[in-house]
Design a protein around this ligand. Structure first.
Ligand code: GDP
Length: 302
């Protein structure tokens, strides 16, 4: 796997920590930790995690457990890694044993939902999986056109609405039925993403989930929420709302190649207790990587 290509900004934010720790000595501890705290906040780690990390470093330093700048840096990296891998968070897709496995992709418009779905289709297809796409965003006409382009690009079949104003749930139900009849391994379902404040969207997602479960019991196996990494901590309330209503099983954080500040990856995992399964690091078909917590920590703290 490619290493994270993004995070240059985060790396620059956090490089200050290296410098601080290089010249650290015990009498400097409080000043250094204040600056470390500032750097973590700027990188979007959020106040809760930042305080947790800094206070635990402070305790360990004064208890004599950390005796050099490099030991402090290692402890910092380790505590971030622990936050990302806590509570048995699993980054692999869980697809169950019934065919087809169904993955619903949810999230607000503009976050990178359709693009991520296309890239995911590409990955799964390359693994030798038979993938069917389902254009469940029946609200925006352009959405199914966009998905058709991805279907062509990835060589996947696609199910789209047969008539205007079709219900999303009926398109998805039809797609999953076809997936079952024609021996597909996975059905990837796009959904609508008009603003989450619109209650009927949430109702629609719930009803999509229900009809899918009626076709294949236990499905959808994954409900992946796409979150725009450039929105930083602002993604949290939005993520919570989707999770409360449909039960999100994993996150796809997009646009991490841009101006995203890497700390938001850690805060969103910690706040929601949901694993990041994939990260988007560009607009190309190959620019979706499985999330690797260790590679992530090493990318932001080289
Ligand atoms: P949707 O409305 O949620 O389906 O969002 P789209 O998939 O249409 O994506 C919105 C815009 O974000 C498009 O211009 C995408 O090319 C772009 N985009 C999506 N993911 C990424 C990413 O990981 N990195 C970058 N740089 N752009 C992305």
């Amino acid at each position: 796997e490619k290493i994270f290509s993004g995070f240059t900004k985060t790396r620059d934010n956090l490089a200050v920590i290296d410098e601080l720790l290089l010249y650290w000595n015990l009498s400097d501890t409080d000043r250094v930790l204040d600056e470390l705290e500032e750097a973590l906040l700027v990188a979007d780690f959020g106040p809760r995690i930042t305080v947790k990390i800094v206070e635990s470093l402070r305790d360990d330093i004064y208890a004599g457990k950390l005796k050099s700048g490099s030991e402090i840096k290692d402890a910092l990296k380790k505590s971030i890694l622990n936050l990302l891998t806590a509570k048995g968070l699993k980054t692999e897709l869980r697809l169950g044993f019934r065919k087809p496995a169904v993955i619903m992709i949810v999230g607000v418009n503009g976050g990178g939902k359709t693009t991520s779905l296309g890239k995911l289709a590409n990955r799964l297809k390359k693994d030798g999986t038979k993938v069917l796409l389902a254009a469940g965003d029946t609200f925006r006409a352009a959405a199914s056109d966009q998905l058709e382009i991805w279907a062509e690009r990835t060589g996947c079949e696609i199910v789209v609405a047969e008539k205007e104003n079709a219900k999303a749930s009926s398109v998805l139900s039809q797609a999953v039925k076809r997936g079952k009849e024609q021996g597909y391994d996975i059905v990837l379902c796009d959904t609508s993403g008009r603003l989450h404040t619109n209650y009927s969207l949430m109702e629609e997602l719930v009803s999509c989930k229900k009809v899918i479960g009626k076709v294949v019991s236990g499905a959808p196996n994954e409900i992946l929420q796409v979150l725009d990494g450039t929105t930083g901590l602002n993604m949290l309330p939005q993520a919570r709302e989707f999770n409360d209503v449909v039960g999100v099983t994993g996150l796809i954080l997009t646009k991490l190649d841009g101006s995203a500040r890497g700390g938001c990856v850690v805060s969103v995992v910690d706040e929601l207790g949901i694993p990041v399964k994939f990260v988007g690091v560009g607009e190309g078909v190959e620019d979706l990587q499985p999330f690797d917590a260790e590679a992530f920590v090493n990318a932001i703290f080289p």
